[in-house]
Design a protein around this ligand. Structure first.
Ligand SMILES: Cc1ncc(C[n+]2csc(CCOP(=O)(O)OP(=O)(O)O)c2C)c(N)n1
Ligand code: SF4
Ligand SMILES: [Mg+2]
Length: 317
């Protein structure tokens, strides 16, 4: 972790660690190559859509000249959530559905990093559904890329919250009866300030969405269709021109600041649209907390630890 030690302004005489600002790109410090970023050999099934997403994340790192100490990749549990294992940098394969709270802590404490979270539809919208809503509404700066394959892959074919009606799985042998959630509608309604949709079969588009999400100052959400060739083969053929489908980009006339229009776009029947549906520049929780901390530090300037404590006790009398 890259940090600088300074005298703690709140506790004179003690030392505090502050995040070091990103190093400027210099001639001496070259960007990483794919070989330097790639860690373990991915253990996904041959043909799994997740390979493309990983390859494009590597491309993003190369293109944006990020260095190891500035790359943070967080995930929950699932096939897609194995992601951080395959990236040679800081990261965590965390608890199922709990990637976002973990990522929130990193984002709020390390303003010099951009946190990326990857995971599956089950991780995001079943067990992690509550965290998704709250992280979105708090507008915590990070990029969350949900690799949606409409199924639980790791646990070998159970119905997920995005599985379509009628999908036959180990948990719905006669076909799914529960109405699926619409990730785009869910993200917009929850308050995400950047909402985009892409598919692993269109690499240029995935990279474009990742770059735009990374540049957004707030909670950026990408639904990336990523086919599970083992348990839901052909699920997204209708969105792939190479399989006779259509890839419809969000119309150029679409106003990304119009929440209602974004919601309408999200309601289109599959294969729907691809691109940025919604974008809004609300203040982040990161900015608000920084402001609160700055004000508090100003109030206790010059006081010793015990004096700050005493002030608190006095206030409670
Ligand atoms: C607390 C907890 N409950 C259940 C599981 C079992 N489990 C592991 S991954 C998973 C779902 C994976 O589906 P998804 O998030 O869509 O990822 P995919 O494998 O499809 O990429 C489940 C139910 C677990 N690991 N931990
Ligand atoms: S089970 Fe499906 S999601 Fe998991 S690695 Fe294999 S193809 Fe990919
Ligand atoms: Mg899944």
């Amino acid at each position: 972790m890259s940090e600088t030690l300074i005298e703690n302004p709140v506790r004179p005489g003690s030392i505090a660690a502050v995040a070091t600002p990103p190093l400027p790109a210099t001639e001496e410090r070259k960007g990483l190559t794919k070989k330097e970023i790639a860690a373990d050999h991915p253990t996904w099934c041959p043909g799994c859509g997740d390979f493309s997403v990983l390859a494009l994340y590597f491309k993003l790192i190369e293109k944006r000249k990020m260095w190891h100490e500035k790359i943070t990749t967080i995930a929950g549990i699932g096939c897609s959530s194995r992601f951080p294992y395959f990236v040679q940098a800081h990261g965590a394969h965390y608890i199922h559905g709990r990637a976002l709270p973990f990522a929130s802590g990193i984002s709020l404490s390390r303003p010099d990093l951009h946190v990326f979270v990857f995971g599956g539809d089950g991780d995001a919208f079943s067990i992690g559904g509550n965290h998704f809503n709250h992280t979105a509404r708090k507008n915590i700066k990070m990029t969350y890329c949900v690799m949606d394959n409409w199924v639980y892959g790791l646990t070998k074919k159970q119905t997920s919250p995005t599985s379509p009606l009628g999908f036959k799985s180990k948990t719905d042998q006669w076909g799914a009866v529960d109405y699926p959630i619409n990730p785009m509608k869910q993200a917009i309604a929850a308050g995400a300030t950047f909402v985009a949709r892409t598919t692993h079969t269109n690499p240029n588009h995935v990279l474009q969405m990742m770059e735009a999400a990374m540049d957004h100052d707030g909670f950026s959400f990408i639904e990336c269709l990523s086919e599970c060739v083992e348990f839901y083969e052909g699920a997204f053929d209708a969105s792939n021109p190479r399989k006779g489908g259509v890839f419809n980009e969000v119309p150029k006339s679409h106003d990304v600041s119009d929440e209602l229009e974004a919601y309408k776009l999200a309601g289109a029947d599959f294969p729907g649209y691809f691109g940025i549906f919604y974008k809004n520049n609300k203040a982040t929780k990161n900015a608000k907390e920084t402001e609160i901390q700055r004000n508090m530090m100003e109030k206790v300037k010059g006081l010793k630890d015990w004096q700050i404590l005493q002030k608190n006790f006095d206030r409670m009398k």
